[in-house]
Design a protein. Structure first.
Length: 220
């Protein structure tokens, strides 16, 4: 069977997907990226934070970008691959001056990828200030670093991360938004000019925070 190759329509799309994948890998060296194609739209997603098993109360934060493809030939594609494998293909594409990304043959299992967000309808539920989201993310990162002394066990570190990133961003009890959403928005490069607010949407027990650069989804 010939390799599946995704052809991108512009250098900007190539750069955006490359940047998203690189940021996901920096947040988590073991990061996985899900690629699903619906018609001529490629949806790429990765989760900087998610529960790793029963009893793990780490909040879920799935970052998502959508890219228009020039051809719909891969409609129905849905794979989860290592971010590192994708980065190798981006490096090759840049070196050869092409906008083609072969789908890595090695698929991986990621528990977050089995938690499917709804397609809608998404109801508007307000706005969050970009500056506030960036502050929450950076304060949380500093708190994790300060509270993780040298030699701390992995269990203690995980408990600290869970506590910090589970802290609600807002006082709403109807759809609590964890600080993990701010961490994902900042870490994946979705926060742009501080004058622009992020838009909040809800669907069932899901919340989506969207900017012009991407979306982060969480379940409550």
């Amino acid at each position: 069977m010939s390799a599946r190759v995704l052809v991108l329509g512009s250098d900007a799309d190539f750069h955006d997907w490359h940047s998203f994948t690189g940021r996901a890998a920096r947040l988590d060296p073991e990061a996985a990226v899900r690629m699903s194609v619906h018609g001529d739209v490629l949806v790429v997603s990765s989760a900087p934070l998610y529960p790793h098993g029963l009893g793990d109360r780490t909040p879920l934060a799935i970052g998502m970008r959508m890219i228009r493809l020039p051809f719909p030939e891969h409609d129905g594609l849905d794979v989860v691959v290592p971010a590192a494998a994708l980065l190798d293909r981006f490096a090759r594409g840049r070196a050869e001056g092409i906008r083609e990304i072969p789908v890595p043959p090695q698929e991986v299992r990621a528990s977050w990828a089995g938690i499917a967000p709804p397609r809608g309808p998404w109801e508007p539920a307000g706005h969050l200030g970009t500056a506030d989201l960036r502050r929450v993310a950076r304060d949380g990162i500093e708190a994790v670093a300060a509270g993780t002394p040298e030699g701390a066990g992995s269990h203690a570190v995980q408990q600290l991360r869970t506590r910090i990133w589970s802290t609600p961003l807002t006082a709403s009890v109807e759809f609590p938004i964890p600080a993990a959403v701010a961490f994902a928005l900042e870490g994946l490069g979705f926060l742009g000019a501080e004058t622009e607010d992020a838009r909040v949407f809800v669907c069932g027990r899901w919340v989506r925070v969207s900017t012009a650069f991407g979306h982060v989804l969480s379940k409550f």
